[in-house]
Design a protein around this ligand. Structure first.
Ligand code: ACO
Length: 331
Protein backbone atom coordinates (compact mmCIF):
# COMPACT_ATOMS: atom_id res chain seq x y z
CA UNK A 1 0.00 0.00 0.00
CA UNK A 2 1.67 3.20 -1.24
CA UNK A 3 1.10 6.09 1.15
CA UNK A 4 -0.62 9.08 -0.45
CA UNK A 5 0.10 11.53 2.35
CA UNK A 6 3.77 12.48 2.13
CA UNK A 7 3.70 14.31 5.45
CA UNK A 8 5.60 12.61 8.24
CA UNK A 9 5.91 12.48 11.99
CA UNK A 10 9.27 12.67 13.71
CA UNK A 11 10.83 11.88 17.05
CA UNK A 12 11.89 15.06 18.83
CA UNK A 13 13.13 13.49 22.06
CA UNK A 14 13.97 10.11 23.53
CA UNK A 15 14.84 8.75 26.96
CA UNK A 16 14.74 5.70 29.14
CA UNK A 17 14.91 4.49 32.69
CA UNK A 18 16.01 1.18 34.19
CA UNK A 19 15.78 0.20 37.85
CA UNK A 20 19.02 0.10 39.88
CA UNK A 21 18.93 -3.56 40.86
CA UNK A 22 21.02 -5.78 38.56
CA UNK A 23 20.41 -9.54 38.35
CA UNK A 24 23.31 -11.31 36.63
CA UNK A 25 23.41 -14.75 35.06
CA UNK A 26 25.59 -15.81 38.00
CA UNK A 27 22.80 -14.75 40.38
CA UNK A 28 20.39 -16.90 38.35
CA UNK A 29 22.73 -19.89 38.65
CA UNK A 30 21.91 -19.82 42.37
CA UNK A 31 18.15 -19.76 41.72
CA UNK A 32 17.53 -22.35 38.97
CA UNK A 33 19.46 -25.11 37.20
CA UNK A 34 21.19 -22.95 34.59
CA UNK A 35 24.57 -21.43 33.78
CA UNK A 36 25.97 -18.13 32.60
CA UNK A 37 27.40 -20.00 29.60
CA UNK A 38 23.99 -21.48 28.59
CA UNK A 39 22.16 -18.18 28.98
CA UNK A 40 24.77 -16.13 27.13
CA UNK A 41 25.21 -18.51 24.20
CA UNK A 42 21.44 -19.13 23.78
CA UNK A 43 20.27 -15.54 24.32
CA UNK A 44 23.16 -13.03 24.43
CA UNK A 45 22.00 -11.86 27.87
CA UNK A 46 24.51 -11.21 30.68
CA UNK A 47 22.33 -9.28 33.12
CA UNK A 48 18.97 -7.60 33.49
CA UNK A 49 17.39 -4.95 35.76
CA UNK A 50 14.73 -5.73 38.34
CA UNK A 51 12.12 -3.28 39.61
CA UNK A 52 11.97 -2.98 43.39
CA UNK A 53 8.98 -4.19 45.38
CA UNK A 54 7.41 -0.73 45.38
CA UNK A 55 8.16 0.11 41.71
CA UNK A 56 5.29 -0.50 39.29
CA UNK A 57 5.45 -0.04 35.51
CA UNK A 58 4.24 3.57 35.75
CA UNK A 59 7.08 4.44 38.14
CA UNK A 60 9.63 3.38 35.53
CA UNK A 61 7.65 5.06 32.76
CA UNK A 62 7.34 8.36 34.65
CA UNK A 63 11.12 8.56 35.05
CA UNK A 64 11.64 7.70 31.36
CA UNK A 65 9.04 10.31 30.37
CA UNK A 66 10.68 13.07 32.44
CA UNK A 67 14.06 12.35 30.82
CA UNK A 68 12.44 12.30 27.38
CA UNK A 69 10.71 15.65 27.91
CA UNK A 70 14.06 17.07 29.03
CA UNK A 71 15.74 15.64 25.93
CA UNK A 72 13.10 17.34 23.75
CA UNK A 73 13.43 20.61 25.69
CA UNK A 74 9.77 20.45 26.67
CA UNK A 75 7.63 20.82 29.78
CA UNK A 76 4.88 18.36 30.60
CA UNK A 77 2.24 21.00 29.71
CA UNK A 78 3.54 20.89 26.12
CA UNK A 79 2.17 17.38 25.43
CA UNK A 80 -1.44 16.81 24.43
CA UNK A 81 -1.76 13.00 24.53
CA UNK A 82 -0.14 10.14 26.43
CA UNK A 83 0.00 6.71 24.83
CA UNK A 84 1.45 3.92 26.93
CA UNK A 85 2.42 0.54 25.56
CA UNK A 86 2.64 -2.21 28.14
CA UNK A 87 1.79 -5.83 28.83
CA UNK A 88 2.39 -5.41 32.55
CA UNK A 89 0.05 -2.58 33.58
CA UNK A 90 0.06 -1.23 37.15
CA UNK A 91 -3.62 -2.17 37.35
CA UNK A 92 -6.05 -3.70 34.85
CA UNK A 93 -7.90 -0.41 35.24
CA UNK A 94 -7.29 2.49 35.32
CA UNK A 95 -4.80 2.35 32.49
CA UNK A 96 -1.10 2.77 33.22
CA UNK A 97 -1.22 5.89 31.02
CA UNK A 98 -3.57 7.49 33.55
CA UNK A 99 -1.20 6.68 36.42
CA UNK A 100 1.61 8.21 34.36
CA UNK A 101 -0.49 11.30 33.69
CA UNK A 102 -1.04 11.70 37.44
CA UNK A 103 2.63 11.08 38.23
CA UNK A 104 3.84 13.60 35.66
CA UNK A 105 1.29 16.20 36.79
CA UNK A 106 0.11 16.47 33.18
CA UNK A 107 -2.91 18.51 32.13
CA UNK A 108 -6.31 16.87 31.68
CA UNK A 109 -5.37 15.40 28.31
CA UNK A 110 -6.31 12.00 26.87
CA UNK A 111 -4.26 9.06 28.09
CA UNK A 112 -4.65 5.39 27.23
CA UNK A 113 -2.81 2.08 26.99
CA UNK A 114 -2.19 -0.21 24.09
CA UNK A 115 -1.49 -3.89 24.54
CA UNK A 116 0.51 -5.41 21.68
CA UNK A 117 3.22 -7.36 23.49
CA UNK A 118 6.77 -6.43 22.55
CA UNK A 119 5.47 -4.75 19.38
CA UNK A 120 3.64 -2.10 21.43
CA UNK A 121 6.10 0.73 20.87
CA UNK A 122 5.86 0.43 17.08
CA UNK A 123 2.07 0.05 17.25
CA UNK A 124 2.13 3.28 19.27
CA UNK A 125 4.22 5.11 16.67
CA UNK A 126 1.85 4.01 13.92
CA UNK A 127 -1.19 5.15 15.90
CA UNK A 128 0.49 8.44 16.78
CA UNK A 129 1.21 9.10 13.12
CA UNK A 130 -2.46 9.11 12.17
CA UNK A 131 -3.46 11.17 15.19
CA UNK A 132 -0.85 13.82 14.42
CA UNK A 133 -1.36 13.90 10.65
CA UNK A 134 -5.15 14.03 11.14
CA UNK A 135 -4.59 17.21 13.13
CA UNK A 136 -6.04 15.74 16.32
CA UNK A 137 -2.85 16.04 18.34
CA UNK A 138 0.33 18.04 18.05
CA UNK A 139 2.75 16.49 20.48
CA UNK A 140 2.39 12.97 21.80
CA UNK A 141 4.28 11.29 24.62
CA UNK A 142 4.66 7.63 23.67
CA UNK A 143 6.06 5.59 26.52
CA UNK A 144 6.65 1.86 26.63
CA UNK A 145 7.18 0.36 30.06
CA UNK A 146 7.33 -3.12 31.51
CA UNK A 147 7.81 -4.69 34.91
CA UNK A 148 7.94 -8.19 33.45
CA UNK A 149 9.85 -9.60 36.39
CA UNK A 150 6.65 -9.17 38.44
CA UNK A 151 4.92 -11.78 36.26
CA UNK A 152 7.97 -14.05 35.93
CA UNK A 153 7.94 -17.56 37.31
CA UNK A 154 11.27 -17.62 39.14
CA UNK A 155 11.17 -21.42 39.35
CA UNK A 156 11.03 -21.84 35.56
CA UNK A 157 14.44 -21.69 33.89
CA UNK A 158 12.85 -21.58 30.42
CA UNK A 159 11.51 -18.07 31.01
CA UNK A 160 13.07 -16.48 34.11
CA UNK A 161 16.44 -15.94 32.44
CA UNK A 162 15.02 -13.82 29.63
CA UNK A 163 13.18 -10.80 30.92
CA UNK A 164 14.01 -7.49 32.56
CA UNK A 165 12.27 -4.29 33.65
CA UNK A 166 12.61 -0.92 31.92
CA UNK A 167 10.80 1.96 30.27
CA UNK A 168 11.63 3.95 27.14
CA UNK A 169 9.85 6.91 25.61
CA UNK A 170 9.69 9.28 22.69
CA UNK A 171 8.02 12.59 21.85
CA UNK A 172 6.33 12.52 18.45
CA UNK A 173 5.38 15.58 16.40
CA UNK A 174 4.80 16.49 12.77
CA UNK A 175 8.04 16.75 10.81
CA UNK A 176 8.76 19.91 8.87
CA UNK A 177 11.93 18.64 7.20
CA UNK A 178 13.17 15.44 5.51
CA UNK A 179 13.44 13.42 8.69
CA UNK A 180 10.73 11.21 10.11
CA UNK A 181 8.76 8.02 9.70
CA UNK A 182 8.70 6.91 6.07
CA UNK A 183 6.60 3.76 6.12
CA UNK A 184 5.08 1.19 8.42
CA UNK A 185 3.67 -2.32 8.40
CA UNK A 186 1.70 -3.94 11.24
CA UNK A 187 -0.02 -7.27 11.71
CA UNK A 188 -1.41 -9.62 14.34
CA UNK A 189 -2.37 -13.29 14.49
CA UNK A 190 -4.49 -14.15 17.53
CA UNK A 191 -4.55 -17.84 16.57
CA UNK A 192 -1.09 -18.18 18.14
CA UNK A 193 -1.87 -16.27 21.33
CA UNK A 194 -1.25 -19.15 23.72
CA UNK A 195 2.36 -19.64 22.63
CA UNK A 196 3.25 -16.60 24.76
CA UNK A 197 0.81 -15.39 27.39
CA UNK A 198 -0.13 -14.73 30.98
CA UNK A 199 -3.07 -17.09 31.47
CA UNK A 200 -4.64 -15.82 34.71
CA UNK A 201 -5.61 -12.51 36.23
CA UNK A 202 -7.97 -11.46 33.44
CA UNK A 203 -11.57 -12.58 32.94
CA UNK A 204 -10.71 -15.95 31.35
CA UNK A 205 -9.12 -17.24 34.55
CA UNK A 206 -9.84 -14.75 37.33
CA UNK A 207 -7.49 -14.72 40.31
CA UNK A 208 -8.12 -17.60 42.70
CA UNK A 209 -6.06 -19.58 45.20
CA UNK A 210 -5.92 -22.34 42.58
CA UNK A 211 -4.61 -20.04 39.82
CA UNK A 212 -1.97 -18.74 42.19
CA UNK A 213 -0.95 -22.25 43.26
CA UNK A 214 -0.51 -23.19 39.58
CA UNK A 215 1.55 -20.05 38.79
CA UNK A 216 -0.98 -19.09 36.12
CA UNK A 217 -0.39 -15.39 36.83
CA UNK A 218 3.09 -15.78 35.42
CA UNK A 219 4.22 -15.44 31.83
CA UNK A 220 4.24 -18.75 29.92
CA UNK A 221 6.05 -19.25 26.64
CA UNK A 222 6.87 -22.00 24.18
CA UNK A 223 10.26 -20.43 23.49
CA UNK A 224 11.37 -22.40 20.44
CA UNK A 225 7.99 -21.93 18.71
CA UNK A 226 8.08 -18.19 19.42
CA UNK A 227 11.64 -18.08 18.09
CA UNK A 228 10.67 -19.52 14.69
CA UNK A 229 7.68 -17.22 14.24
CA UNK A 230 9.67 -14.18 15.38
CA UNK A 231 12.40 -14.66 12.76
CA UNK A 232 9.92 -15.30 9.94
CA UNK A 233 7.57 -12.43 10.79
CA UNK A 234 10.28 -9.89 11.49
CA UNK A 235 11.85 -10.61 8.12
CA UNK A 236 8.43 -10.28 6.44
CA UNK A 237 7.78 -6.95 8.20
CA UNK A 238 11.21 -5.59 7.29
CA UNK A 239 10.86 -6.47 3.60
CA UNK A 240 7.33 -5.03 3.41
CA UNK A 241 8.24 -1.80 5.09
CA UNK A 242 11.27 -1.29 2.86
CA UNK A 243 9.11 -1.79 -0.21
CA UNK A 244 6.48 0.64 1.07
CA UNK A 245 9.17 3.29 1.51
CA UNK A 246 10.73 2.56 -1.89
CA UNK A 247 13.96 1.47 -0.20
CA UNK A 248 16.31 -1.49 -0.65
CA UNK A 249 18.08 -3.64 1.95
CA UNK A 250 21.34 -1.83 1.11
CA UNK A 251 19.76 1.49 2.15
CA UNK A 252 19.52 0.47 5.80
CA UNK A 253 22.04 2.40 7.91
CA UNK A 254 20.86 0.95 11.22
CA UNK A 255 18.65 -1.99 12.03
CA UNK A 256 16.98 -1.86 15.44
CA UNK A 257 15.28 -5.18 16.09
CA UNK A 258 13.26 -5.83 19.24
CA UNK A 259 15.75 -7.25 21.74
CA UNK A 260 14.23 -10.69 22.39
CA UNK A 261 17.22 -12.93 21.82
CA UNK A 262 20.66 -12.25 20.30
CA UNK A 263 20.18 -15.20 17.93
CA UNK A 264 16.92 -13.69 16.60
CA UNK A 265 18.63 -10.30 16.22
CA UNK A 266 21.55 -11.85 14.31
CA UNK A 267 19.24 -13.97 12.13
CA UNK A 268 17.27 -10.87 11.05
CA UNK A 269 20.51 -9.01 10.34
CA UNK A 270 21.77 -11.88 8.16
CA UNK A 271 18.48 -12.20 6.26
CA UNK A 272 18.47 -8.47 5.53
CA UNK A 273 22.20 -8.52 4.74
CA UNK A 274 22.87 -5.72 7.22
CA UNK A 275 26.47 -5.92 8.52
CA UNK A 276 26.69 -6.77 12.27
CA UNK A 277 28.06 -3.33 13.21
CA UNK A 278 24.84 -1.79 11.87
CA UNK A 279 22.54 -4.10 13.81
CA UNK A 280 22.04 -2.46 17.18
CA UNK A 281 21.90 -4.66 20.25
CA UNK A 282 21.97 -4.01 23.97
CA UNK A 283 20.34 -7.26 25.10
CA UNK A 284 23.46 -8.20 27.11
CA UNK A 285 22.71 -5.35 29.59
CA UNK A 286 18.94 -5.43 29.91
CA UNK A 287 17.56 -8.77 28.65
CA UNK A 288 14.20 -8.72 26.91
CA UNK A 289 12.44 -5.56 28.13
CA UNK A 290 9.59 -5.91 25.65
CA UNK A 291 8.12 -2.55 24.57
CA UNK A 292 10.99 -0.64 26.14
CA UNK A 293 13.67 -2.21 23.95
CA UNK A 294 13.28 -0.16 20.76
CA UNK A 295 13.12 3.28 22.42
CA UNK A 296 16.13 2.40 24.60
CA UNK A 297 18.10 1.36 21.51
CA UNK A 298 17.11 4.58 19.74
CA UNK A 299 18.19 6.71 22.67
CA UNK A 300 21.51 4.91 23.11
CA UNK A 301 22.27 5.09 19.39
CA UNK A 302 21.57 8.81 19.27
CA UNK A 303 23.49 9.48 22.51
CA UNK A 304 26.49 7.54 21.22
CA UNK A 305 26.49 9.92 18.24
CA UNK A 306 26.22 7.03 15.81
CA UNK A 307 23.10 8.28 14.04
CA UNK A 308 23.80 10.89 11.38
CA UNK A 309 21.22 13.15 9.80
CA UNK A 310 19.68 11.35 6.83
CA UNK A 311 20.46 7.83 8.11
CA UNK A 312 17.81 5.23 7.35
CA UNK A 313 16.78 3.32 10.47
CA UNK A 314 14.64 0.20 10.29
CA UNK A 315 12.83 -0.75 13.53
CA UNK A 316 11.38 -4.24 13.64
CA UNK A 317 9.42 -5.97 16.41
CA UNK A 318 7.56 -9.14 17.29
CA UNK A 319 5.63 -10.05 20.43
CA UNK A 320 2.73 -11.61 22.25
CA UNK A 321 -0.49 -11.78 20.29
CA UNK A 322 1.28 -12.63 18.10
CA UNK A 323 1.87 -9.11 16.84
CA UNK A 324 4.60 -7.84 14.56
CA UNK A 325 5.44 -4.51 12.95
CA UNK A 326 8.21 -2.54 11.32
CA UNK A 327 8.89 1.12 10.62
CA UNK A 328 11.40 2.86 8.37
CA UNK A 329 12.64 6.19 9.62
CA UNK A 330 14.94 8.84 8.15
CA UNK A 331 16.97 10.35 11.01
N1 ACO B 1 19.42 -23.19 31.37
C1 ACO B 1 19.82 -24.41 30.96
N2 ACO B 1 19.07 -25.18 30.15
C2 ACO B 1 17.88 -24.68 29.75
C3 ACO B 1 17.42 -23.40 30.14
C4 ACO B 1 18.24 -22.66 30.99
N3 ACO B 1 17.89 -21.43 31.43
N4 ACO B 1 16.22 -23.19 29.56
C5 ACO B 1 15.93 -24.27 28.83
N5 ACO B 1 16.93 -25.18 28.93
C6 ACO B 1 17.02 -26.48 28.31
C7 ACO B 1 15.65 -27.06 27.98
O1 ACO B 1 15.09 -27.70 29.11
C8 ACO B 1 15.99 -28.04 26.88
O2 ACO B 1 16.53 -29.19 27.47
P1 ACO B 1 16.16 -30.65 26.88
O3 ACO B 1 16.71 -30.65 25.48
O4 ACO B 1 16.84 -31.57 27.82
O5 ACO B 1 14.66 -30.72 26.91
C9 ACO B 1 17.13 -27.33 26.14
O6 ACO B 1 17.66 -26.36 27.04
C10 ACO B 1 16.70 -26.66 24.86
O7 ACO B 1 15.51 -25.88 25.13
P2 ACO B 1 14.85 -24.95 24.03
O8 ACO B 1 13.65 -24.30 24.62
O9 ACO B 1 14.66 -25.73 22.76
O10 ACO B 1 16.03 -23.88 23.83
P3 ACO B 1 16.18 -22.75 22.77
O11 ACO B 1 17.47 -22.88 22.08
O12 ACO B 1 14.93 -22.59 21.92
O13 ACO B 1 16.31 -21.44 23.68
C11 ACO B 1 14.93 -19.60 24.38
C12 ACO B 1 15.26 -21.09 24.55
C13 ACO B 1 16.14 -18.82 24.81
C14 ACO B 1 13.74 -19.27 25.27
C15 ACO B 1 14.61 -19.28 22.92
O14 ACO B 1 13.70 -20.22 22.41
C16 ACO B 1 14.03 -17.89 22.72
O15 ACO B 1 14.68 -16.90 22.93
N6 ACO B 1 12.81 -17.82 22.18
C17 ACO B 1 12.21 -16.56 21.76
C18 ACO B 1 11.69 -15.74 22.86
C19 ACO B 1 11.08 -14.50 22.24
O16 ACO B 1 11.40 -14.12 21.14
N7 ACO B 1 10.18 -13.84 22.86
C20 ACO B 1 9.65 -12.70 22.07
C21 ACO B 1 8.64 -12.02 22.52
S1 ACO B 1 8.64 -11.75 24.26
C22 ACO B 1 7.20 -10.85 24.54
O17 ACO B 1 6.41 -10.55 23.70
C23 ACO B 1 6.93 -10.49 26.03
Amino acid sequence: MERKDKRKIKITGTGFYVPDKVLTNFDLEKMVNTSDEWIFTRTGIKERRIASKDQATSDLAIEASKLTLKDAGLKVKDIDLIITATSTPDTIFPSTACWIQKGLGADIIPAFDISAGCTGFLYGMILAESMILNGQHKRILLVGGEALTKVTNWKNRNTCILFGDAAGAAILEESHDDSGMLSYYWKADGNLGDLLYQPAGGTRIPASTQSLAQDLHCLQMKGNEVFKHAVKRMEEAALEVLERAGLKKEDIDFLIPHQANKRIIEAIGRRLRVPPEKVYSNIHKYGNVSVASIPICLHELSQEGKLKKGDIVLMDAFGAGFTWAAVTYRW
